[in-house]
Each structure stands twice: as structure tokens, then as C-alpha cells.
Design a protein around this ligand. Structure first.
Ligand code: EPZ
Length: 436
């Protein structure tokens, strides 16, 4: 299994091109099941999860072809043409779904297009049990008959999905996406209340509308969809990855450097920028993206609670913890979205971080040094990645720490970060992948 070796203490300086958003690309790919015409998606990131979704769609009957590279050339995102003229199988098998829970996003499209679906329950993962009860409850509210059998969701809607109102008991990105896609072909009007407002959902809704769907309320917590007979193909570019961008913003800050995040969208990062400003990280929009640098007198400890968009994203909680472990003063991080998303804590503590976890709260006692000092008391160590965002928090800590850090199980990283070592070493990091 590949490992990554980092020799820390080197401030990052330069530019990092931000890739297309994984969490927009995955539902957009699933949306290709809703039409027999071709959906062209641009600016797709080269990630393991994207490859998993192509395998899943291919076994449903989708023809996929790489339709060239991003006009910027090089690695910068690829263009994928997806065409599902006929759906050959309405089953999403366990051996694919267990690798990537976003596979459950084919449930709504299959049910809407074919009137049936047999999708494996995704099972839990390192960060929590992650049930899909709201996906199921929402589809039942639109007339689907759903039962659980042998670890699979068996869903049927032989007369098609009906209009109706779905009120989500709590905000769920995936449930909102599944219901939004299913609703586009329902017979009547569907209203989704307490819908998630993540920008990736707006991207999905905009793409669906370009395919002929009729969705109103995009960006709000109430989505109103008038079902249509059929959807057409479209040509759509995926929005930049705000989580990747903020991750690299924290890499610049934790190393005391300055980095321009090319293609990052300032308006998608305002809650993050506000929180990081309190930690003395300077961020500002530029003509090409967002410029980030650490304040002159070191990082400050801050209190942050994760929340659905537009709040501070749970997908940045692990990265923030690494950053605050090097700050001056104490910080309290509260995780409200997932019940077990502190897997990175013991690994950060092996690097010298002072963190105490009590339930959903993590008290971080930063040991930052004076202005310009890097590392904040962290030292390199062999550590293990446990999930996607935990693994990148170890990268951030390694970039700051004195000495050498070797991170194992980096396949977690490859799920969500495209060419991470290259992007960081281009800015001066001493980081290499050790292929075993
Ligand atoms: C999406 O996961 C993202 N994944 C996650 O990013 C992200 O952390 C999460 O949204 C929250 O923003 C993708 O977009 C592919 P949820 P999702 O449904 O849809 C509970 C990453 O690192 N819940 O919003 O699975 C659930 O257990 C990944 O890129 C139910 O109880 O998240 C969680 O506690 C990690 N029942 C909370 O809701 C349900 O039916 C929010 O989950 C659905 C969810």
C-alpha cells in the first residue's frame, strides 16, 4: 500500500489549481441515468471515487467516453460523456456500494427512470453509521414501495413517482440529492423542505434544469420541482471544489506561507474565510481565485462548530484541528454532523498535538510559536490515515511538523484529492509518495 513521506517546516509559496468538486461530480454522474441522451460533464477531477462511479454506472448500462481534456490542458479536469440509452440493470451491487457510499445516489434516478431499483445498503464507514432512512422515507412520500431485504433496498414505483411534500427531519446532502433527481420525473409537483443548501446541490439542480427539469428555489432550503415526462442531455461544467480549496488554504497557513488558489470561488468559502480570519489567516479574492497567507503574528486558537452549509463544513473539521494544534492558545471544535469524526485525533497526538475529546467536543491546546515560526510544537511521526479528511489533516500536520512524517493507507487520500503531492511540492513542500 502506498505511503506518503513529508519532511516538514517549509513554508508553501506559489499557486495551486483547484480541481472540480468530487461531491458535485458524483451526483452529476448519477443524474446521467435520468435520460437516454448524452450528458457531457467537464472539469471532472481525476479521483478514485469518480472511477468507482464510472464502474457502477457502466454496469447499469451507461456508455462512458473520455471526451478530451480540460481546455487548460494537462491534468486539469477531464471531460466525460455519459449516455444511458437503455438501463441494463437496476441493481447496485454491494461490492461496489461498500467502497463508496455515494453509490446510493443511483437509487432515485433508477426508480424515476425504470420504476424499480435494488441498491445495496451502503453500510457505515469510519466516520459514522450513516443510515439512509431519509432517502427511503422521502421516496416513500412520493409513492415508492420500499422494503429492506438481505442488505439491499428494494424499491418499486410501477406507476412512476407521484408529486408530494417531503420534509427532511434533519439536513441531509445525499437525501436531498436523491429526492431532487427522482422528483424531476415525478407525476406532479414535489416540494422538498429542510433541503440541504450545499453549493454542490445547486450545481446538480442547475445541471438538471439544463437537462429540461423544472426546479425552483435553488440555493434555498425549500426546493419546488414540477415533474416532466423526459429529460434531455446537456453539457455541464462541475464547480470547483471548495473543500479542496480550503484544505490548501490551511496548508498555506499552517506552514506560514502564501498560496493563490486558482479557480477557487470566494463566494463558496465565506464561512470558512470568516472562521480562518479569526485564527489570523488572511484570505482575499483575486482575479484568478483566492489568495491565502498566515497573519504576521502567528495563528490564534478559535472555537468552531460544524454545521450544514452555509456553516463551517464538517469536511474541513479534521484539517482545522491540525491547523489549530499549531496555533497560539486553546480552541474548541464541536462536530455536530457525524458521530465519530475524530479518528484523526490519536494520530495528530502521536505528532505532539495536545487534544482532549469529550463527546462531540475536542479541546485543542495549540503550542504555536512566535510570528513566522512553523510547526507549533508538532514533530514528525509514522501515522495512519483512517478516512479521507482525516488523512489530509495528517498531511497538513506533517507539512508543519519538525522532522519526517510517513502516512500509511493513503488510498483514503486518493479518493478525494487529485495529485496532492504534485500540487504541494510545486509550492515547495518536501513530499513524496513511497510506492511499496
Ligand atoms: C455528503 O455525505 C458528503 N458526501 C460528505 O462528504 C459530507 O461530509 C456530508 O454530505 C455532510 O456535508 C458526498 O457528497 C458524496 P448527509 P452524505 O446525508 O450525503 C445523517 C467527504 O469527505 N443521515 O448530509 O452521506 C448522517 O448519518 C464526504 O467528501 C441520516 O441519519 O451526508 C449524518 O449524520 C464525507 N439519515 C447527517 O445525516 C439519512 O438518510 C448528514 O449526512 C441520511 C443522513
Amino acid at each position: 500500500m502506498d505511503r506518503i513521506r513529508i519532511r516538514g517546516g517549509r513554508p508553501l509559496h506559489g499557486k495551486i489549481a483547484i480541481s472540480g468538486a468530487k461531491n458535485a461530480a458524483l451526483p452529476l454522474m448519477a443524474a446521467s441515468l435520468l435520460t437516454e441522451e448524452t450528458l457531457v460533464l467537464r472539469n471532472l477531477p481525476h479521483l478514485a471515487d469518480i472511477a468507482t462511479m464510472t464502474h457502477l454506472l457502466a454496469q447499469h448500462g451507461t456508455e462512458l467516453s473520455m471526451a478530451g481534456e480540460h481546455p487548460g490542458g494537462g491534468h486539469m479536469g477531464h471531460v466525460l460523456a455519459l449516455r444511458t440509452h437503455d438501463i441494463s440493470s437496476t441493481e447496485a451491487p454491494y461490492d461496489i456500494v461498500r467502497k463508496m457510499r455515494a453509490s446510493v445516489l443511483v437509487l432515485g434516478p433508477l426508480l424515476a427512470r425504470c420504476g424499480q431499483a435494488r441498491v445495496s445498503l451502503p453500510g457505515g464507514c469510519a466516520i459514522g453509521t450513516r443510515p439512509v432512512d431519509m432517502h427511503i422515507g422521502g421516496l416513500e412520500a412520493l409513492g415508492a414501495e420500499i422494503e429492506l431485504d438481505d442488505g439491499y433496498i428494494l424499491a418499486r414505483a410501477p406507476q412512476g413517482l407521484q408529486g408530494g411534500v417531503v420534509v427532511f427531519p434533519q439536513v441531509s446532502v445525499g437525501a436531498t440529492e436523491n429526492l431532487l433527481m427522482a422528483a424531476t420525473l415525478a407525476k406532479g409537483e414535489v416540494v422538498l423542505e429542510n433541503a440541504a443548501r450545499e453549493p454542490e446541490i445547486g450545481d446538480l439542480a442547475n445541471c438538471l434544469n439544463s437537462m429540461g427539469a423544472r426546479i425552483e428555489g435553488i440555493g434555498s432550503d425549500t426546493l419546488r420541482i414540477q415533474g416532466v415526462e423526459k429529460l434531455s442531455g446537456a453539457d455541464y461544467a462541475v464547480l470547483p471544489d471548495r473543500i479542496e480549496a480550503a484544505t490548501y488554504a490551511m496548508a498555506a497557513a499552517i506552514t506560514g506561507g502564501e498560496v493563490e488558489l486558482l479557480g477557487a470561488r470566494w463566494e463558496l468559502m465565506e464561512a470558512v474565510a470568516a472562521a480562518l480570519a479569526r485564527a489570523n489567516v488572511r484570505m482575499q479574492p483575486t482575479d484568478c481565485g483566492v489568495l491565502v497567507s498566515a497573519g504576521s503574528d502567528g495563528l490564534s486558537g478559535i472555537n468552531v462548530t460544524t454545521a450544514p452549509y452555509p456553516g463551517f463544513p464538517t469536511d474541513l473539521q479534521a484539517q482545522l484541528m491540525a491547523l489549530l494544534a499549531t496555533a497560539n492558545g486553546a480552541a474548541m471544535i464541536t462536530e455536530t454532523i457525524f458521530e465519530n469524526r475524530f479518528q484523526h485525533v490519536p494520530e495528530l497526538m502521536r505528532m505532539g498535538a495536545d487534544i482532549t475529546v469529550k463527546g462531540a467536543n475536542a479541546m485543542v491546546r495549540g503550542r504555536g510559536g512566535p510570528a513566522g515560526s512553523v510547526g507549533g510544537g508538532l514533530h514528525g511521526a509514522p501515522v495512519m490515515a483512517t478516512d479521507l479528511r482525516a488523512s489530509v489533516s495528517l498531511v497538513l500536520a506533517g507539512l508543519a511538523a519538525a522532522g519526517e512524517t510517513v502516512i500509511s493507507r493513503v488510498y483514503h487520500l486518493d479518493r478525494g484529492y487529485e495529485r496532492l503531492e504534485e500540487k504541494l511540492s510545486d509550492c515547495g513542500a518536501d513530499i513524496v509518495r513511497l510506492v511499496d
